[in-house]
Design a protein around this ligand. Sequence first.
Ligand code: UDX
Length: 444
Amino acid sequence: MRVAMIGGGYVGLVSGACFADFGSSVTVVERDPAKLAMLRDHKIPIYEPSLDQIVARNVQAGRLAFTADLKSAVDGADVVFIAVGTPTRRGGGHADLTAVYEAARAVAMAATAPLLVVTKSTVPVGTGREVARILRETRPDICFDVASNPEFLREGNAITDFIEPDRVVIGIDLLDIEGAARAEASMRQVYAPLTAKNTPFRFVSLESAELAKYASNAFLAMKVAFVNEMADLSEKTGADIAEITACMGLDRRIGDKFLRAGPGFGGSCFPKDTRALAAIAQDAGVPSRLVEATIAANEYRKEAVARRILALAGGEIAGKVVALLGLTFKPDTDDMREATSLPVMRNLLTYGARIQAYDPEGMAQAKSMVTGDVTFMPSARDAIRGSDILVLLTEWDCFRKLEPQNVMADMRGNIILDMRDIWNGPAFIAAGAVYHAVGRSRTA
Ligand code: UDX
């Protein structure tokens, strides 16, 4: 199939490269000149493990190309995917669909033959129908089919999540029997290798596909928010969240994933998608109190981490050095969007603390997102050196190997807060640390 992918960001670039790997001929349309120049220079504008290899392989094979010229990409395409950003609209939780509708109009203007237009961006219920209206209103002379194909990609794991998904969800216009049949046939072709591997495909209504994406993300976010509350309860009751979630996870109805306690969820999806879903539910007159509570609990948690550090410092932290290990919202990404480290740094600076921070990939973005007495260090050890308090926020692999003896020898103080519970508490205590870990009341 000939595919045009509108948008070369986290979703469009990964999806375009993987569709090319599946055998389609893909043209990714990227209008940011800097990003486009990098892509054409065989560089990847985002950090995503193994994306560079899959892009290089398919560019080399002539199945993947990059352009700013949407018209040339759409002309001759069998399927066009809209994979542009849908950020939270200022002043509320609603998703901003400006870029989606602009892309739909541009695709319509560029179309020269019947075309399937697939919305891959995360969009509120009803957007697919609105895209169909825009297409047909703009070009009544062209036969457009529409579909929704939400992605379930985790940053840092996106290639695997695309190539080996748990399921492929495709919304089609079930009211248009012929159009739906055409859309299903085309989508099975672009996903042909997965069809061959018996990956579950679910062809549902446009509205169900759109809402299934939000519902999936909100449920995962709720799971994380729940385990974070159980972690706080564990610390106060002599329990241990790692033991609790190990017991919970053995119940197949609960599942053992997304039960790791931490400093609160961040990223470009959970915060945005939970806010958008709450807004959709509000607009529909059926407010979701569970989603709203998830948002509130998570926001509270992210702001509370710095208060917890202040308390560990005995209520006075002005002039003290806090070492922060990990700034990105999760490991294996360079993405700082809504990372918990941002409110942590902001609040610590208001308390007068001095911060020494290190992150393997996130510092370039972090530097532009925080101002104040923050020194970005070249290594974990440099960040730790001379610190009074050491806080781990993101569980990068490189932090797991830090030796307690070396850490304690490098620190000036001895307070440690492991907000991802990755370290060996007893070993740090034996090395002289006053050690705290999320969800653990017993650290000896
Ligand atoms: C998420 C969804 O997982 C993915 O399916 C969707 O397509 C996009 O949004 P992503 O935001 O990349 O993916 O990261 P994810 O791995 O889901 O983590 C989101 C946040 O939750 C991170 O801040 C992470 O640290 C946190 N988290 C996740 C936990 O604190 N505990 C967990 O057990 C899992």
